[in-house]
Design a protein around this ligand. Sequence first.
Ligand code: ZN
Length: 207
Amino acid sequence: MKILHAVAAGLVPPLCAACGRNCRPGAPTCTRCSRRLAVAAPLTGLGPPGIDRVWSSASHEGVARDLVTALKFRRLLPVAGLMADRIHWLAPADLLSGAIVPVPTAPLRALARGFDPAGELAAALAERLGLPLEPCLVRKGGGRQVGKRRAQRIGHPPRIHARSEPPRSVLLIDDVLTTGATLSACARALREAGAVRVAAITFARRL
Ligand SMILES: [Zn+2]
């Protein structure tokens, strides 16, 4: 906390969430990283099975990848705001509708971290868009994806179900799209429980 107070008092220059260099007070990233992210191209296309449309604000590389890591492992909340701003500004307007549903984190991981990156991003986005936030999905088991080989991740999709009646029109939110197996599992659970439209937005997409 002493460091936070020193940052707030302007005694210690804040550090860029992506590259760790000094940056302006109040800015989550330095000017160089902001410029690099600004020119990153969004990715759009057909979603994984069960998802009507998917849109990602950048490919999972460079500054975008560094920010995903900062949110996931260093719990930097201003990063969730920065990601939500980018999605708000760049995503196709007709995609930004329905109710926001975060992709659920595995309970053991959320407990261990005390932090849920997709949940934080979804909350920041719902606030900016004025859309309802409905965290109606839960995930069973460990479902750990980080570090598993791609074939293993595809072979064992996470077990996800709806704990309450989902909205008819859903906008699923996650920090990063990898194989699409998690989004498909979410879509299956949502549609079985009554959802009609299921679109998805992620901050980054691994190609
Ligand atoms: Zn930087």
